[in-house]
Design a protein around this ligand. Structure first.
Ligand code: THU
Length: 134
């Protein structure tokens, strides 16, 4: 679990990151802030593309930034949108790779929390590294 202070900080960073979203097609700006076990926070935004399916979500940008810096354990992620939209299935799967206990905080653009759960609760029955035969 994380402290209320850490939670507030994550939400604030997600809300601020949202202003960097590249979403000229959907106009649905998403900001994310991921707290690694190291204590470092990685932000992310959605990056859309004229070839629509190439678009990547804010949550995955944050995870990929963190993993490429050597992080493998994540305590929590905050996601900020205009209306508190939930993480898509692909982002849930990417987060689940690194543990089912990561705390997911969904907020709106004012930073109001609309939903909280572990990634395990958001993706029951996730396919995990252990499911691959040795
Ligand atoms: N999006 C995210 O960034 N995260 C999600 O979990 C859901 C959707 C983005 C992708 C696209 O740029 C826009 O929101 C509309 O789908």
């Amino acid at each position: 679990m994380i402290t209320d202070e850490e939670k507030k900080k994550l939400i604030q960073i997600a809300v601020e990151a949202r202003s960097h979203a590249y979403a000229p097609y959907s106009q649905y700006q998403v900001g994310a802030a991921l707290l690694a076990a190291s204590g470092r926070i990685y932000d992310g935004v959605n990056v859309e593309n004229a070839a629509f399916p190439v678009t990547i979500c804010a949550e995955r940008v944050a995870v990929f930034k963190a993993v490429s810096e050597g992080e493998r354990e994540f305590l929590a992620i905050a996601v900020a949108t205009v209306n508190g939209g939930m993480p898509c299935g692909s982002c849930r799967q990417v987060l689940a790779e690194f543990g089912l206990e990561t705390w997911v905080i969904i907020a709106n653009r004012e930073g109001r929390i609309l939903h909280e759960a572990t990634i395990g609760e958001l993706l029951p029955g996730a396919f995990r590294p252990q499911d691959l035969p040795k």
